[in-house]
Write a protein that binds this ligand. Structure first.
Ligand code: COA
Length: 176
């Protein structure tokens, strides 16, 4: 299994991954998000990674930047979406996509990474609700317990609430 940066040429394969990975109500909106993030130009850059097995794309993850309040020094990202084709799940492909992205973000000096997903899965990588409690997501959450974060870099233990803002592709209340 090989992990590489996705390009616009991977659009259709990335779409297929999420259509296969997600269930009925979510599959269209998540695959659309994945494709939109592939072409959205952001500062700093959005990172899309694909996992390939025998030349076929079987997994995908995206990491897009978030603005944290007025603090221009604080660089945050959010992980969304993540999907692995059902017939390739449970082979650590999801784990390797997350770990590979986290390593890249750490090298870039990113301080905090957010995720809105199942704590049962993301706690494996060190995400916790506590690390995100200070950060108010841009929309009201349908499942508030899914809001988590992980500090990639030491920073001051500031506790006052601060709002985060996401890239255009994620500006859809249906995603939250
Ligand atoms: C979640 C997902 C990306 C994991 O991919 P994967 O390549 O199978 O992940 P890994 O092989 O690294 O890890 C698999 C382990 O995670 C567990 N796991 C998967 N989804 C889980 C969840 N929602 N909650 C808790 N554990 C979960 C599996 O049971 C498996 O456990 P095991 O190691 O004890 O066998 C994949 O199951 C998927 O695409 N699911 C549908 C889409 C989705 O839910 N995406 C995440 C959005 S929050």
């Amino acid at each position: 299994m090989h992990i590489r940066t996705a390009t616009s040429l991977d659009r259709e394969d990335v779409r297929e991954v999420h259509l296969a990975a997600f269930a009925g109500g979510e599959r269209e909106i998540v695959s659309k998000l994945a494709i939109n993030l592939l072409s959205e130009e952001t500062t700093p850059q959005t990172i899309s990674l694909v996992a390939e097995t025998e030349g076929a794309v079987v997994g995908h993850v995206a990491f897009s930047p978030v603005a944290i309040g007025k603090d221009e020094e604080c660089h945050g990202y959010i992980l969304a979406p993540l999907g692995v084709k059902p017939d390739h799940q449970k082979r650590r492909i999801g784990s390797k996509l997350i770990e590979s992205g986290m390593q890249q973000l750490s090298r870039m000096g990113v301080e905090v990474l957010f995720v809105y997903g199942d704590p049962g899965y993301y706690s494996r990588f060190g995400f916790s609700a506590d690390a995100a409690v200070r950060y108010t997501p841009p929309y009201k959450l349908q499942y508030p317990f899914g809001w988590q974060g992980i500090a990639l870099k030491e920073r001051n233990a500031e506790r006052s609430p601060v709002r985060i803002n996401c890239v255009t592709s994620l500006c859809d209340p249906e995603l939250w």
